[in-house]
Design a protein around this ligand. Structure first.
Ligand code: UDX
Length: 440
């Protein structure tokens, strides 16, 4: 089989590379010549565990190629996946100009039956717009080439995208065409040897599934963050409550870890987009509106604790920050809670020395010299007035507290991810502030 994947961003690159892994010939397409040149020279634009290995292997095998020529890439393809960006436009809704631009390009050059699959996260109704754009272009050419559109949302997590793609929980395909279903089944079968399902449904339900999944996950996080804040007020420990509720299989123990609020490129954007879709149809998604405002508030929680501890006098103080990325195993800083905390600290006249195992370059690109960057986690602590842990990288989990004690000016830790044991830290003489744990 042969496919074309348009867009070599995070989704397109991971999808294209993983498809090649099953023996399919994949052409990854992008309009950015520099990106394509880099990919042809072994330079991958994103950090994702496992990606480099399978990228190298499949390029060597000749199954994975990179090009700017979309028309050429679909010549003898069975299917073309649209995986280009949908950045928010001025009013916050997804800008579809890239998705529809690709659809038009396809319509301009296709010469045989194709399944055109939308993989980018797009508002409900977009696949129909893709269909229309292709039809219009074919009409302009006076051609009547058959094609089908399908919606195939991705559920990849940054940091484990390759593993998620190779072993998905489910594949969702929105299309009512039997021919398109057959092509999708063939392509995805190698990934479903674990018995997990491929779910065929109508296009609108498929588009909706993506938003509903991310919104449900965001809801779990805001819920536990809200409960955590109440735990503090009433003197409960949210870590006990989390375990207590998580052992009920109906609730489940995943995605109920309190913290400094969710970030990243998906949850904030998708929650907002679904609220907007509902508003446009004169329906108000009350729960999601609360999910969003709780998350907004949660990003302030750590700073509020810190400000209170130092009696509102942060001027001239220096803080060590461990972790900058919005979550571990990624260099992604989009909507990262660290950015909010840093901004508040700088506005209050404090300075920040940060360390992140992977995201320093990205942070530097965004923050420049507004903060300092340490070469390792211990260097960040030198003469700092407290440690603020924002991202729960595994290497921060068991630090040498004796060294911490020596390097820090004060034995104070603000833990935005509840990764330390309050009793142990108390015994070691640290002042420990966490999220939703009693004695805070
Ligand atoms: C998410 C979805 O998981 C994925 O299915 C979708 O395709 C894209 O969006 P991702 O953005 O990579 O993936 O991040 P994820 O691992 O889901 O975490 C999102 C945010 O929630 C992070 O900021 C994380 O720290 C936070 N989180 C997660 C919590 O605060 N508590 C939890 O219990 C879980």
């Amino acid at each position: 089989m042969k496919i074309s994947v348009v867009g070599t961003g995070y989704v397109g690159l991971v999808s294209g590379t993983c498809f090649a892994e099953t023996g399919v010939n994949v052409a990854c397409v992008d309009i950015d010549q520099k990106k394509i040149d880099n990919l042809n020279n072994g330079i991958i634009p994103i950090y994702e565990p496992g990606l480099e290995d399978i990228y190298k292997k499949n390029v060597e095998k000749g199954r994975l190629e990179f090009t700017t020529n979309l028309a050429e890439s679909i010549k003898d393809a069975d299917s073309v996946f649209i995986a280009v960006g949908t950045p928010p436009d001025e009013d916050g809704s997804a800008d579809l100009k890239y998705v529809l631009g690709v659809a038009r390009e396809i319509g301009k050059s296709m010469d045989h039956y194709l399944v055109v699959v939308t993989k980018s996260t797009v508002p409900v109704g977009t696949s129909m717009k893709v269909k229309q754009a292709i039809s219009e272009e074919l009409e302009k050419r006076g051609e009547n080439i058959p094609f089908d559109v399908a919606s195939n949302p991705e559920f990849l997590k940054e940091g484990s995208a390759v593993a998620d793609f190779l072993k998905p929980d489910r594949i969702v395909i929105g299309t009512e065409s039997k021919q398109a279903q057959k092509v999708m089944k063939r392509l995805y079968k190698p990934f479903l040897l674990n018995g997990h399902p491929i779910l065929f449904m109508d296009i609108t339900s498929s588009e909706m599934t993506k938003y509903a999944a991310n919104s449900m996950l965001a809801t779990k996080i805001s819920f536990i963050n809200d409960i955590a804040n109440l735990c503090e007020i009433v003197g409960a420990d949210v870590d006990n409550v989390r375990k207590g509720i998580g052992s009920d299989a109906r609730i489940g123990n995943k995605f109920i870890y309190p913290g400094t609020g969710y970030g990243g490129s998906c949850f904030p954007k998708d929650v907002q987009a679904l609220i907007r879709t509902a508003d446009e149809h004169n329906y108000s998604l009350e729960i999601l509106k609360a999910v969003e405002s709780v998350n907004y508030r949660q990003k302030e929680v750590l700073f509020t604790k810190l400000n209170k501890r130092f009696n509102g006098d942060l001027k001239g103080k220096k803080f060590a920050m461990w972790g900058l990325a919005f979550k571990p195993k990624t260099d992604d800083m989009r909507e990262a809670p660290s950015l909010v905390i840093i901004e508040r600290l700088l506005n209050a006249g404090a300075s920040v020395v940060a360390y992140d195992p992977v995201a320093m370059e990205e942070a530097n690109r965004i923050l420049g010299d507004k903060i300092s960057y340490a070469k390792d986690e211990y260097e960040a602590l030198i003469d700092a007035d407290a440690l603020i842990l924002v991202t729960e990288w595994s290497e921060f989990r068991l630090p040498n507290f004796r060294v911490l004690e020596k390097l820090l000016n004060n034995k104070i830790i603000f833990d935005g991810r509840n990764i330390y044991d309050p009793e142990e830290l108390e015994e070691l003489g640290f002042e420990y502030y966490a999220i939703g744990r009693s004695k805070n």
